[in-house]
Design a protein around this ligand. Structure first.
Ligand code: 1CP
Length: 349
């Protein structure tokens, strides 16, 4: 794997073109995914290795992307922590975590016992995928996990999680530590099962100002990536550590201290200035606005080119700035992948 286009871009080595994959590339915008979901609910798909494997492969076949991402969800570890979650399709927790007593009652599961289906799916996928297409394992970053646990689902103003941070910081830290240890076990174990990159999604860290990011998010991200780095070192393999930093403009400099090797960014900032802040040792991933894929093909090609020019030729993995929207015409996703290939290889020639 260390020689795939994706791995070389993550290491900031020269590449003949920019690798591309799409966040949430498996999912509801694909008719083949919707067809499979007629007979299996979302969690059944996540918990059945053959189904998770098949769904992971769907966008690889259709789009010819340069990386696969395991089909799962950041909330898959919740039941083993003692928290029930349902999806309709957005996640909903019947009993959110609100008090010190609720946090005390949480378990930090051993991932091998809690989610064996995740590792079985990874082993299956490593047999099915071409050696040129690396498999990305992932988990939710501790702050984003804690946000779902406390809010109980999506939220408009996030007053429950933010209220907890400021009214009872020791309980907030105990919750974050619990999330970090759960996620560290899950992600390190994915690497041991064969995941060739490890990604943390911090979708909600943008709720925090810089000082609070450093207090409540950063140390826990670092704790997870340290465990991932240890697992990779034990195996003697290079495993890129990708940190998706949602709405990160306010605390972008802190991303240098996360232990990540690649920083995923959304479209709210341009990649050129972001790279100037992140410095020469980090690669970047992103950052086309997913809504661009709702527009016409010419616009998609033009916007893809602008992102490539902002990012420069090395140390860039092309992606959207957030998950692909369910309304996206699948052929528009293919237009994007082809445009990235064409422009970036023409530039390299
Ligand atoms: O009914 C269905 O089919 C369920 C829809 C769905 C899907 C397809 C959910 C519920 N999750 C997923 C898959 C998923 N989620 C993947 C694997 C697919 C791929 O990337 O190809 C991944 C990586 C995720 C990660 C995820 N889940 C994040 C982080 C990334 C992001 O988009 O910000 C988050 C925040 C979630 C929570 C979640 N799970 C499902 C939904 C609809 C959501 C978002 C809800 C919200 O915005 O609050």
């Amino acid at each position: 794997m260390s020689d795939t286009l994706f791995a070389r871009a993550c290491r900031r080595e020269p590449v003949e073109r920019t690798p591309v994959w799409i966040m949430r590339q498996a999912g509801r915008y694909l008719p083949e995914y919707r067809a499979l979901r007629v007979n299996a609910d979302f969690l059944t798909c996540c918990r059945t290795p053959e189904l998770a494997c098949e769904i992971t492969l769907q966008p690889v076949r259709r789009l010819d992307v340069d990386a696969a991402i395991l089909f799962s969800d950041i909330l898959v570890p919740l039941p083993a922590m003692g928290v029930e979650v349902t999806f309709h399709p957005c996640p909903h927790l019947a009993r959110p975590v609100r008090s010190a007593g609720d946090v005390d009652a949480l378990r930090v599961p051993d991932a091998r016992e809690a989610t064996p289906f995740v590792f079985d799916a990874i082993r299956l996928l490593r047999r099915e995928l071409s050696p040129t297409v690396p498999l990305i394992g992932f988990a939710g970053a501790p702050f984003t996990m804690a946000t779902y646990l406390v809010e109980g689902g999506g939220s408009k103003h996030f007053e429950a999680i933010k209220g907890l941070l400021f009214s009872d910081p020791p309980t907030a830290h105990a919750l974050l530590a619990c999330c970090a240890d759960t996620v560290a076990s899950l992600l390190a174990e994915q690497v041991r099962a064969g995941a060739q990159a490890a990604m943390l999604f911090d979708t909600w860290a943008g709720l925090l100002g810089p000082a609070d990011y450093r207090a409540f998010a950063l140390p826990y991200v670092r704790r997870v990536f340290d465990r991932v780095a240890d697992a990779a070192a034990d195996l003697g393999v290079d495993v890129p550590r990708i940190y998706y930093a949602g709405n990160a403009a306010g605390w972008l400099p802190a991303c240098r201290d996360t232990g990540a090797t690649v920083i995923g960014l959304d479209w709210r900032m341009d990649l050129g200035p972001a790279r100037a802040v992140l410095g020469p040792s980090l690669a970047v991933q992103g950052n086309l606005d997913p809504a661009v894929l709702l527009g016409p093909p010419d616009q998609i090609r033009q916007r893809a080119r602008l992102v490539l020019e902002e990012a420069g030729p090395f140390g860039h993995v092309f992606n959207l700035g957030h998950g692909i929207l369910p309304q996206t015409p699948p052929e528009h996703a293919r237009v994007l992948v082809d445009a990235v290939r064409e422009w970036s290889s023409r530039r390299a020639a």
